[in-house]
Design a protein around this ligand. Structure first.
Ligand code: FAD
Length: 448
């Protein structure tokens, strides 16, 4: 029996962790490792909400490992170099990790695999980041599905692996050097959202259990209700792997109303299999449509700060800054507003979202942005959201808007969606920065 290294990436949990389970099965002792990648640290923006959430999740993972007899080794530097250095130091025969899909993560894994060959160390990638791996279902003659519904049908019909219980005990190599998990200030100088959520598998499991009991059964009817805001809010926990998406799906299906929610987890897998096949689609148009984007820094800034004069757009953008989260319905409304009413390139919006969303995820974020911008997988690329009508429909009494747009807090009803110039001036709330109908007529001309 040998030693195996388990490298945690965005699978920060001990339940249903195939890489951890395989390492425990195969090796006499294991070394759990997390390397904070210098390439991430060097990125020109370091999202504070996500970094803080990750550090909290690492601390929680470490305590779960400690209660089972192991300690998380924390290092930072060149990711492949650090992983290999530790594997050599402990004379490991294998490195186990979870497979991932972005160009960045697949390049890292390939680099590590190549370098490890010289030391005769096997690198083994396991499932765990998605419900099913890209490639487990393929369309006839293609390398990925471009349309959701046929993917969903196959995804549901596929036999899934059985979720794995958390290990009771972990035999690990003792007395290894580990850096202390740093404080957020050491990794990011960006602002934290005052009402962001905290990371960690322990919190995540409690949140899921409570939400499943109280809201899963009504998900289909309430998921678009802006004031209710009763979707699961689990996205950051799923992004960092504090929860296994497979375990979530498997432990929900069969319950009242679960299918509508599990379908959302399938959307996540869908975008992940698109990105696996088309890593360029993270920042390049999935389907280029010859768009001529408008350069308007003042409008972009008003959008970022929630000062567009469209109450539901401003509420969504302010929710993002306040919580590091935004309701899915408002994500679609504000993305449509930026790309269609303002004609601004979706990449500016995607970047701002990635800077603030605690659940910011390159596959889910950038491919949803493309869906809304009409350069992505949507079969209706010219789909338009009227921000006033959307506000009236999904926040008819104005409760969601009042929660985030303080200037409008004194307007007691849904009339806040259609205030006239005098009322706006009296409340100190801006005039709309565009006329929706004119802006959409121009958008149609540009697309034509
Ligand atoms: C412009 C735009 C940007 C987005 N950026 C992100 C992002 O960076 N990260 C992210 O996880 N989701 C993103 N989404 C998808 C969706 O808005 C969020 O997953 C959802 O709002 C998170 O809230 P929840 O956890 O309460 O979701 P629930 O409604 O409870 O859904 C459960 C889970 O399913 C997945 N999911 C739900 N909807 C989608 C979807 N449309 N596409 C892919 N997966 C989905 C998420 O993992 C989510 O946590 C984006 C959507 C849009 C329109």
């Amino acid at each position: 029996m040998t030693t195996g290294v388990v490298v945690f990436t965005r699978d920060l949990r001990v339940h249903d962790h195939p890489a951890l389970a395989a390492a425990i099965r195969e090796h006499k002792s294991i070394v759990p490792l997390f390397v904070f990648d210098d390439a991430v640290a060097r990125a020109d923006f370091r999202p504070a909400n996500r970094t803080a959430f990750m550090l909290e999740s690492l601390a929680d993972l470490d305590s779960s490992l400690q209660s089972r007899g192991a300690t998380l080794i924390y290092r930072h530097g060149d990711w492949a170099e650090e992983v290999l250095a530790l594997a050599e130091e402990v004379n490991a025969s294998a490195i186990h990790l979870s497979e991932d899909v972005s160009g960045f993560s697949t390049r890292r894994i390939t680099q590590l695999t190549e370098r490890a060959k010289a030391s005769e160390i096997r690198v083994q990638a396991h499932p765990g980041v998605m419900v099913i791996s890209p490639g487990d279902v393929l369309p006839t003659g293609g390398d990925h599905f471009k349309v959701f519904t046929p993917y969903y049908r196959k995804w549901l019909a596929l036999p899934w692996r059985t979720p794995i219980a958390a290990p009771k005990e972990i035999l690990s190599v003792k007395r290894l050097d580990s850096l202390t998990i740093p404080k957020i200030e050491e990794l990011s100088s960006g602002s934290l959202s005052p009402n962001r959520v905290n990371g960690g598998e322990s919190i995540a499991r409690r949140l899921f259990a409570n939400w499943r009991e109280s809201h899963l059964h009504e998900y289909e009817s309430i998921h678009n209700d802006l004031p209710g805001n009763s979707t699961s809010h689990l996205a950051p926990y799923i992004h960092f792997g504090c929860l296994s998406p497979l375990e979530l799906a498997a432990s929900s299906l069969g319950r009242d109303g679960a299918e509508a929610w599990v379908r959302q987890l399938c959307w996540r897998d869908f975008y992940h299999q698109v990105l696996a096949a088309r890593p360029d689609a993270s920042w390049a148009d999935f389907k280029h449509r010859g768009d001529h984007w408008i350069d308007d820094p003042a409008a972009l800034q008003a959008w970022k700060e929630g000062r567009t004069g469209f109450p539901v757009v401003d509420a969504g953008m302010r929710q993002l800054l306040d919580e590091g989260f935004m309701h899915n319905r408002t994500r679609m409304i504000v993305a449509s507003f930026l790309t269609k009413d303002l004609g601004i390139d979706w990449r500016h919006g995607a970047r701002h979202f990635l800077e603030w969303l605690t659940d910011g995820d390159i596959a889910n974020n950038n491919l949803n942005w493309q869906w809304t911008a009409g350069t992505g997988t949507d079969t209706n690329p010219n789909r338009i959201f009227n921000p006033t009508v959307q506000g009236q429909r999904f926040d008819p009494k104005g409760e969601y808007v009042r929660r985030y747009v303080k200037e409008l807090a004194s307007i007691p009803d849904g009339s806040l969606h259609t205030l006239g110039p005098l009322e706006r001036a009296a409340l100190g709330y801006p005039e709309p920065i565009v006329d929706h109908h004119e802006a959409i007529a121009e958008y149609r001309l540009r697309r034509a």
